[in-house]
Design a protein. Structure first.
Length: 85
């Protein structure tokens, strides 16, 4: 994780200095800055290799979920009665 962070910061400084400077100077993440930062992260991850030499991102096509496969899970909290002492 530290290597990823260090290399990403170097990547920003060298290739996306405007994003890096905007964050550092304004200390604000405007919508434009967030969009630029997300684009830079996506681009960086495509070329980042793990310590095993594997690419971090494998662009393999994935089939989209069907409408009947998308839903919302429900979580229920079960409250047990208090024990008598």
């Amino acid at each position: 994780m530290r290597r990823f962070e260090a290399e990403f910061l170097d990547y920003l400084q060298s290739g996306h200095k405007g994003v890096f400077d905007a964050i550092r100077e304004t200390r604000d993440l405007s919508d434009d800055t967030v969009t630029s930062l997300k684009d830079a992260i996506t681009e960086f991850k495509k070329g980042f290799t793990t310590s095993d030499g594997e690419l971090l991102i494998h662009d393999e096509p994935v089939a989209a979920l069907g409408a009947d496969e998308v839903g919302q899970e429900k979580i229920r909290k079960v409250v047990r009665p208090a024990e008598k002492k």
